[in-house]
Design a protein around this ligand. Structure first.
Ligand code: FMN
Length: 349
């Protein structure tokens, strides 16, 4: 099934890996965004042999529990392509109310030996109105994906934390009639002060505001792996009490586990070296959530074995980003083919 994709990838990867990481990313996304209906149908046919594994994620009906993590398609440019690769749900963003350029380049670094990325993008995005317009156009052109789509929302860099709620609220209001769920991002290390919003008092107020603005859309909270276990427990407790529909654990880490190259670059580390830390924090989140809300596990997932481990531990779904950069577009199909049947709560038998 994914043999053709893997062959194409073995040709494309060396070319892309010779390019600057962000240029390679932009080029690939641009190509994917321009995909013709025919190309998408071909891709979809290629990845279709992966068996479906239905999951109920906070009321969202997923065909399978593997999702695209936020940050890869920040502006929803290639939305129709992700389900064709096999993803059961897609998270776009982080989007902010106003467009912003993000940090100066270079700001994305590949660590091929470690199969890791370090990024300090800083929420570069075209703003929520541009995302809304793009989504409207997709819907009008009948190109809206068949899988649930979530919007990961954040605040502009120049919005002080004291006014952050208004930014999240504006994003939620703008997109609520278009998307299936929201993720509140208070865990990116690349917007100064953002992670302070994970503190319980601030978090409660922020969540209440977004939940109201989101109407009936499920709202997930995405947390940082750098939270100490007690702080993560507390954040999960606040999220459950406020009425959040789920927890996404985890974002990138500012720590440098293992011997990573480019350790001196500031930013968030993702990919294989994040796995041990993410896994331990996912377990903290699962214990704290205690099945009251689903947990979506993310961080270093690059194989069916790792995805399966998180599902067996009680995660309702998993997401990935970095592994796609190193293993290519055949990865979702490979992972899905290697998963066993669901057997835990939160998943449809
Ligand atoms: C270049 C890059 C940009 C990212 N941007 C975002 C973002 O805008 N919002 C967000 O919530 N997470 C963002 N992430 C974090 C991922 O969604 C994910 O939580 C993290 O990379 C761990 O998963 P992975 O090891 O599978 O990549 C980004 C990650 C990378 C590598």
């Amino acid at each position: 099934m994914s043999m053709l994709l893997d062959t194409l990838w073995s040709v494309a990867r060396p070319v892309l890996f010779r390019m600057d990481a962000e240029d390679a990313h932009r080029t690939t996304l641009h190509q994917m965004a321009r995909h013709t209906v025919l190309a998408r149908a071909a891709l979809s046919a290629l990845s279709r042999s992966a068996p479906s594994r239905p999951v109920d994620l906070a009321g969202l009906k997923l065909d399978n529990p593997l999702g695209l993590a936020a940050g890869l398609d920040k502006d929803a440019e290639a939305l129709p392509v992700w389900p064709a690769l096999g993803f059961g749900f897609v998270e776009v963003g982080t989007v902010t109310p106003r467009p912003q350029l993000g940090n100066p380049r270079p700001r994305l670094f590949r660590l091929p030996k470690e199969r890791a990325l370090i990024n300090r993008m800083g929420f570069n995005n075209a703003g929520v109105e541009a995302m809304r317009a793009r989504m409207d156009a997709l819907r009008n052109a009948d190109r809206w994906p068949s899988v649930p789509v979530g919007a990961n929302i954040g605040k502009n860099k120049d919005t002080p934390n004291a006014e952050a709620e208004r930014d999240y609220e504006a994003c939620a209001r703008s997109l609520r009639d278009l998307i299936d769920y929201f993720t509140i991002n208070v865990s990116s290390p690349n917007t100064p002060g953002l992670r302070e919003l994970q503190a319980p008092d601030r978090l409660h107020s922020l969540l209440s505001t977004v939940l109201e603005a989101a109407h009936d859309r499920p709202v997930f909270l995405k947390l940082a792996p750098d939270l100490e276990p007690e702080a993560m427990q507390e954040a999960v407790e606040v999220a459950v009490a406020a009425g959040c529909s789920g927890i996404i654990a985890t974002n990138t880490t500012i720590s440098r586990p293992g011997k990573t190259g480019r350790s001196g670059e500031n930013g968030g580390l993702s990919g294989a070296p994040l796995w041990p830390l993410a896994r331990s924090r996912i377990h903290v989140a699962l214990a704290a959530a205690d099945r009251r809300v689903p947990v979506i596990g993310v961080g270093g997932v690059d194989s069916a074995a790792r995805a399966q481990e998180l599902l067996d531990a009680g995660c309702t779904a998993v997401q990935l980003y970095s592994a796609l950069i190193f293993h290519g577009p055949g990865l979702p199909g490979t992972i899905l083919s290697g998963l066993s049947r669901p057997k835990l709560a939160h998943r449809v038998p």
